[in-house]
Design a protein. Structure first.
Length: 295
């Protein structure tokens, strides 16, 4: 029997704070990916930074309970990252955030681990683009560009990617196909475009594959996209057929929509919101992780 795929998730974490429910949940693209890939059958590890506060302890404990290796999780002084969510009329609305200590560069120990893994997953929220060439030298790279579709950004990231993923709920099928092909032409081996209730498409060397979304009475869509990406990466690493991969990913994403938070593990909200910034402020003021030549 072949061994499970091994995936190293590096970068962002957050506690998602539902202010109207007074609850917080562990999350963030890379944390979610580590959990969902683990649930999909992979062996996973997570490297990131949290504080020794209620939020940081929640993230760490949830990862441990989900079977994710946390030996590369750093405990730093400061504030664990958080994002504040409200749900007026049942719709999810991101109202503010603070990234705390979550934006870090990989350490020498992190880099030394990469060759033990079949892939590393990171994304735009982790701000480690300068490290992608180093990552790609050691293993396959999975990268979530989320809603960033700018050709110039794709051209910077895609050449290093085994899998690049986009969130594109507002695009037509033709626009989604064009986006996937742009990434493929820029050098990505596989390009995944998720379109919410319209389903998803996966473009690779053997063609373009599509799958509809699984209909579900969603409780909370947070984490559904991360579920999809994680399941696709595990499927590709396992060598399964793309149509099967997409079908399984759609079902897993639907299951995620049936729980609160990205992957559960709620706790009473224990966050000082006095340093909360608008999302525009967060994106405008966040500095990338230290570049390799400065490390």
């Amino acid at each position: 029997m072949p061994r499970p795929a091994r995936i190293f998730a590096f970068g962002d974490n957050v506690v998602d704070c539902y202010r109207d429910q007074n609850l917080m949940f562990p999350g963030g693209n890379c944390v979610n990916h580590a959990v969902f890939a683990r649930r999909a059958g992979a062996e996973t590890a997570y490297a990131g930074a949290v504080c020794d506060d209620d939020a940081g302890r929640l993230i760490r404990q949830a990862l441990v309970e989900e079977g994710v290796d946390v030996s590369s999780l750093r405990i730093e002084p400061g504030t664990t990252a958080y994002c504040v969510i409200e749900t007026p009329d049942g719709d999810r609305l991101f109202v503010g955030a603070n990234l705390g200590v979550s934006i870090i560069a990989p350490s020498r120990a992190d880099l030394a681990r990469l060759s033990d893994f079949d892939a590393i997953h990171t994304g735009r929220s982790s701000h480690v683009d300068a490290w992608l060439p180093r990552f790609a030298e050691a293993t396959k790279v999975s990268y979530d560009l989320a809603t960033v579709h700018a050709p110039e950004r794709i051209a910077e990231v895609a050449p290093h990617c085994f899998l690049i993923a986009f969130s594109a709920g507002g695009l037509t099928r033709e626009e989604g196909l064009a986006l996937a092909q742009t990434a493929r032409n820029a050098g990505a081996r596989w390009s995944l475009v998720t379109r919410g209730i319209e389903g998803a498409l996966l473009a690779g060397e053997t063609g373009v594959f599509e799958a509809p979304a699984q209909p579900v009475e969603a409780i909370d869509t947070l984490g559904a996209g991360d579920t999809y990406i994680a399941n696709v990466l595990v499927g590709l690493l396992d060598g399964r057929h793309p149509e099967t991969i997409l079908k399984d990913a759609a079902q897993a994403a639907a299951n995620t929509c049936l729980m609160r938070g990205a992957f559960g593990h709620p706790a009473p909200m224990s966050i000082d919101l006095s340093n909360m910034m608008s999302l525009d402020e967060v994106y405008r003021t966040t500095r990338p992780a230290k570049a390799p030549e400065d490390a």
